[in-house]
Design a binder for this molecule. Structure first.
Ligand code: PEP
Ligand code: MG
Length: 600
């Protein structure tokens, strides 16, 4: 058996989660960042070296930014902008110059001191997202250090395609967004996947890995010491492991698995144009969750019946200037146009908790010093609709942009995290106000745009009559509904074992929402992660759910599964599960289902 290294697997929906190939180790740097004292007469020279290195990296990032292809995911531009911002921050470009002058040390030394200081500040922040940004600072400084040493940009040197035709798996200490872009441009090298020693689940590397469509393993500590150049490796993103020098049996098994996965994915495409109809003839809508306008391509490729959730907050994150009405309109209209009349549910800004705006952006909203409000429980704080109601201009700008996009497709507005009737009423009043503003400006919009609400707070699930009376549709956000029902912070690893989607309380709230929606003839969808889980489909179907919204990569496997189910037997299962109080028993009754007799 080969040696196994563990990490965080990242599989993109577009590809299989397996890569088999020869390892190519990317050296972090062959440069020796020597640190030495200098004489006063050399200060100007060292400062000039620093200035020159910063200019080289600036030019490199600007060139990359200018050449990002128009269909690249938005994150790519956002990450390059972030790195450009870090580079221009006076903490990094001015302070090292002062250190050279005051302490009489060489440029590399000054930069290294300041790097550690800035990273220490980031790493002391009690927020995983911000802590991970220390990694971005390191990546930027490493580029400057390399430019200091060589006088050239620090682009990772990529190997040539192997002559024996075998594919490559890159093993790196870390890959900066700029390096990832170089990888994307170099499809000619036969890259099958990559492994990095750094990087957490919310790192930019992880996000980009998904959008580049390559399987990856992140946070595989010590990978470069354990793998030799040219080693045969198997990357299994689903299992979160890298097998180094697999034995013949492992290799045969994985080759077979890769072949099957590739064929299965290919074969599923035959279902693209087919209606997801159960064996007893009930049609189910399979909708896509997207985070950026570019994701609409994946939704179309999967044959989605519409966009069930467009998480717009990603248009607002990782940037200093918030998108204005026109920029937002373009983004929403792009999706609406591409979906050609199929419904597009655009969720209003769900910022707060783990999704934060940049400090400069917050400052532009008038927030004191751009600081996140000092909430000890941000998930229970100023988030989503609460945030929007607190910053009316931000909300109105977005509403006008969404309303304008309603002229080019079937657009619906979805409001997140509602708990109170007065919040629904305020949100509706804001929408009415945005319409008035558009009328005054002689802008067109569809006056009948449907407005719906997310059911993701138990208080909402327990006051449904008030919701169905005021809203045209409901979307159950199970990710948050579970978090808030069970009082489990969904971002806190230490309580992750208590985050149980099969808790009877959670299941009852979901079932109740679906049932109340049916009675009131108010469509209900589920758009949390569990809507894309095959193990939950039969139960949700049995509860009466007819709209499932999920990551585009889950749509075709879900359709294949639904074609085999019957509503009649699903309903029996749901009734049995909903009578049960013991999650273990619920788990057991679902576990046996895929092989169980599902005869009508
Ligand atoms: C949810 O809470 O289930 C949901 C879909 O919203 P998000 O994951 O964006 O909070
Ligand atoms: Mg949510």
């Amino acid at each position: 058996m080969g040696k196994e290294l563990l990490g965080i697997g990242v599989a993109s929906g577009a590809a299989t989660g397996i890569a088999i190939g020869r390892a190519h180790l990317l050296a972090p740097s062959e440069l020796d960042f020597r640190q030495y004292p200098i004489e006063r007469k050399d200060v100007l020279h060292e400062v000039a070296r620093l200035n020159n290195a910063f200019s080289i990296v600036r030019a490199e990032l600007d060139e990359l930014r200018a050449n990002v292809s128009p269909d690249a995911p938005n994150e790519v531009r956002a990450f390059l902008d972030l790195h450009r911002m870090i580079l221009d921050d006076s903490l990094l470009c001015d302070v090292p110059r002062d250190l050279v002058r005051q302490r009489l040390i060489n440029a590399e030394w000054a930069l290294a001191i300041q790097l550690e200081e800035v990273c220490r500040q980031f790493e002391s922040i009690d927020d995983a997202y911000f802590r991970e940004r220390a990694q971005d600072v390191r990546q930027v400084v490493e580029r400057v250090l390399k430019a200091l040493g060589t006088g050239r940009p620090a682009t990772a040197t990529l190997p040539k395609r192997r002559e024996d035709g075998e594919r490559l798996v890159l093993i790196a200490h870390d890959l900066a967004p700029a390096d990832m872009l170089h990888l994307k441009d170099r499809t000619d090298i036969g890259l099958a996947g990559f492994v990095t020693e750094l990087g957490g689940p919310t790192s930019h590397t992880a996000v980009l890995a998904r959008s580049l469509g390559l399987p990856a393993l992140l946070g595989a500590a010590g990978a470069r010491a354990q793998v030799a150049e040219g080693d045969l490796v198997i990357l299994d993103a689903e299992a979160g492991k890298l097998i180094v020098a697999p034995d013949a049996a492992e290799l045969v098994a994985y080759r077979q698995k890769l072949k099957q996965q590739t064929e299965a994915r290919f074969a599923l495409r035959r279902l693209k144009g087919r209606v997801a109809r159960t064996r007893d003839g009930v049609a189910v809508e399979l909708l896509a969750n997207i985070e950026a306008p570019e994701d609409v391509r994946d939704a179309l490729e999967a044959g989605a019946d519409g966009i069930g959730l467009f998480r717009t907050e990603f248009l607002f994150m990782n940037r200093d200037e918030l998108p204005d009405e026109d920029e937002q309109y373009e983004a929403y209209a792009k999706v609406a146009r591409a979906m050609k009349g199929k419904p597009v549910v655009i969720r209003t800004l769900d910022i707060g908790a783990d999704k934060v705006l940049n400090p400069t952006a917050r400052k532009s909203l008038g927030m004191a010093q751009g600081a996140p409000t000092e909430e000890s429980n941000p998930a229970l704080g100023l988030r989503a609709i609460r945030y929007c109601l607190a910053y009316p201009e931000l909300f109105l700008t977005q509403l006008r942009a969404i309303l304008r996009a309603s002229t080019v497709g079937t657009v619906r507005i979805l409001v997140p995290m509602l708990a109170h009737v007065h919040e629904i009423e305020q949100a509706l009043a804001f929408i009415a106000r945005a319409k008035e503003q558009l009328k005054d400006a002689h802008r067109k919009f569809d006056a009948r745009v449907a407005v719906g609400g997310m059911i993701e707070v138990p208080a909402a699930a327990l006051s449904l009559p008030a919701f169905v009376k005021r809203l045209k549709f409901l979307a159950v956000g199970t990710n948050d509904l579970i978090q808030y029902t069970l009082a489990i912070d969904r971002a806190d690893a230490s309580v992750a074992h208590l985050y149980d989607q099969l808790h009877p309380a959670v299941l009852k709230l979901i079932a109740q929402t679906i049932r109340t929606g049916q009675r009131a003839r108010t469509p209900v969808s589920v758009c949390g992660e569990l809507a894309g889980e095959l193990s939950m489909t039969e139960l949700l179907l049995g509860m009466g759910l007819r709209q499932f919204s999920m990551h585009p990569s889950q749509i075709l496997p879900m359709k294949e599964h639904l074609l085999e189910l019957s509503v009649k037997s699903s309903a029996k299962l749901a009734a049995r599960v909903l009578r049960e109080h013991d999650p273990m028993k619920i788990r057991a009754s679902l576990a046996g289902r895929r092989s169980a007799d599902r005869s009508v």
